[in-house]
Design a binder for this molecule. Structure first.
Ligand SMILES: *[C@@H]1O[C@H](CO)[C@@H](O)[C@H](O)[C@H]1NC(C)=O
Ligand SMILES: *[C@@H]1O[C@H](CO)[C@@H](O)[C@H](O)[C@H]1NC(C)=O
Ligand SMILES: *[C@@H]1O[C@H](CO)[C@@H](O)[C@H](O)[C@H]1NC(C)=O
Ligand SMILES: *[C@@H]1O[C@H](CO)[C@@H](O)[C@H](O)[C@H]1NC(C)=O
Ligand SMILES: *[C@@H]1O[C@H](CO)[C@@H](O)[C@H](O)[C@H]1NC(C)=O
Ligand SMILES: *[C@@H]1O[C@H](CO)[C@@H](O)[C@H](O)[C@H]1NC(C)=O
Ligand SMILES: *[C@@H]1O[C@H](CO)[C@@H](O)[C@H](O)[C@H]1NC(C)=O
Length: 400
């Protein structure tokens, strides 16, 4: 009986035609997105509460830079610190210089009211370090160092070359280690003459705080008069089971038009919609202290470090639209002319993700409208019935 039905099923759907069907349908309706590369992606869709489309993706990988590794001895004179050169050729490489500046400003002119020490940002405190963990998860990482010396605090800051990020999702695999009295931070920043006009979304670790608390803020969180603006900032205790800031974790800051959302290892930990930055901004990371109330005081010779294995950003920028450029380079637009924005994806056909990927830095393709159109607009409408038909054929082939 069963055999007879099976035979009948087979006669209705020959094996070659079934394979053809699966071959056509599976790449289009695939549930597991496959690894691709940025040249194929026209935009990136993030997950989370403010899931958004972004035009561009950048990934800076500090995990395999053994040839540049070395811990430069701290420079103990303030003047020499500010004027120090970069610590290795990595910081003159195209990969780095297209993305970041290493800064050397100091607070002697614009000292915060409560600062008690001279703080000098030194290129000497930004370096590639060999991974000395017991079970190393990389060869190297990038270190931002700050250390208290007899006469001053030596500190570090890097700033994006691009001044015009306007909405982004930035992530880093990072940790903070070291002594109390310092701040390590990742933030968006738009300078202004008046404190009240500064726009800034912050992730700050205060090394004097408990290791499971992180401060998230849409600045300014205080007024010129020194009053605190409570709803601009959140002191978050990381959920139980989460690595504290001394352990490697993916810290993520999503700056979107509605609000800024922060995540640790994929779990949302804070959202602030008050004072969400509106205008084009830079991305900055630093490790510092000025002996003031916020950073605290470091004891002489104590140090703290922000260590980063990789840094990843998907973003829109105001100074150019790389998505358009890519689209033209790849010739996709020429093959498939199409109205922009018809589906609210900014005219983006090939949508990728940096969330669903098994390999940090490598996007996966979520879907490709272009491929569907290429096969023929009509096919899209047919996919459900083709799948149903295919499954029926499989069921009838396999069970009956
Ligand atoms: C985003 O997707 C990744 C991979 O599926 C997951 O680990 C993460 O928890 C997700 N994050 C959010 C906020 O949904
Ligand atoms: C540091 O440089 C400034 C000028 O930029 C100079 O006035 C000062 O004397 C220098 N300090 C030392 C200790 O060399
Ligand atoms: C601090 O910065 C000012 C202005 O840029 C510079 O003149 C001075 O030499 C710097 N001081 C130190 C100690 O680096
Ligand atoms: C954040 O909260 C913790 C207690 O949960 C406290 O010890 C710490 O001082 C607070 N940090 C700030 C900046 O308020
Ligand atoms: C930090 O130490 C200096 C002395 O080195 C002191 O004047 C200042 O009050 C201290 N600041 C804090 C916040 O403890
Ligand atoms: C796209 O690129 C071609 C050359 O590859 C160029 O001739 C054309 O002007 C470009 N179109 C746009 C819209 O930039
Ligand atoms: C980024 O730009 C694209 C294309 O213009 C747009 O569709 C998208 O909504 C923008 N993303 C955000 C978060 O504004």
């Amino acid at each position: 009986m069963m055999k007879a039905h099976q035979q009948r099923g087979r006669t209705h759907t020959s094996l070659p035609s079934l394979i053809t069907l699966v071959a056509i349908v599976s790449p289009l309706a695939s549930a597991v997105p496959s690894l691709t590369d940025d040249s194929k992606c026209e935009c990136y869709l993030t997950n989370g509460t403010q899931a958004s489309f972004f035009a561009t993706h950048e990934f800076l990988d500090f995990r395999n830079l053994a040839e540049h590794a070395g811990i430069p001895p701290t420079i103990t004179k303030p003047n020499d610190s500010g004027s120090a050169p970069v610590t290795s050729e990595y910081f003159t490489s195209k990969e780095w210089t297209e993305a970041f500046w290493v800064l050397s400003w100091n607070n002697s002119h614009q000292i915060r009211e409560d600062a008690t020490v001279l703080m000098v940002n030194s290129p000497n405190n930004v370096y590639i370090e060999a991974n000395s963990d017991r079970n190393p998860s990389s060869q190297t990482w990038l270190t931002l160092r700050t250390q208290r010396l007899k006469d001053f605090q030596t500190a570090s800051e890097i700033e994006s070359v691009a001044p015009g990020f306007q909405y982004l999702s930035v992530r880093m695999l990072a940790r903070t280690v070291g002594s109390p009295g310092a701040i390590t931070a990742l933030f968006t920043y738009r300078d202004a003459d008046r404190l009240a006009d500064v726009q800034e979304s912050d992730l700050e670790v205060r090394t004097m705080d408990p290791r499971n608390t992180i401060q998230y803020t849409n600045q300014p969180s205080y007024t010129e008069e020194g009053e605190e603006i409570d709803h601009a900032t959140k002191n978050v205790t990381l959920p139980p089971g989460h690595p504290d800031w001394t352990h490697w974790a993916v810290h993520r800051l999503d700056w979107t038009p509605k609000e800024t959302v922060w995540y640790v290892d994929g779990t949302e930990v804070a959202t602030i919609s008050f004072q969400t930055p509106r205008d084009p901004s830079k991305v900055i990371l630093n490790a510092w202290s000025d002996g003031g109330e916020w950073s605290g005081n470091m004891s002489v010779n104590d140090a703290a470090y922000l260590q980063i294995q990789w840094l990843e950003i998907v973003y829109n920028a105001t100074d150019e639209n790389p998505a358009k450029r890519k689209r033209n380079d790849s010739g996709v637009a020429a093959v498939m002319p199409r109205e922009r924005d018809e589906d609210g994806e900014g005219g983006c056909d090939v949508v990728c993700s940096i969330d669903e990927t098994p390999e940090p830095g490598k996007p996966v393709m979520l879907w490709n409208n272009g491929a569907m159109r290429m096969v023929g607009g009509g096919l899209v409408a047919w996919i459900p019935s083709l799948v149903t038909f295919g499954m029926l054929a499989l069921i009838s082939g396999g069970l009956w």
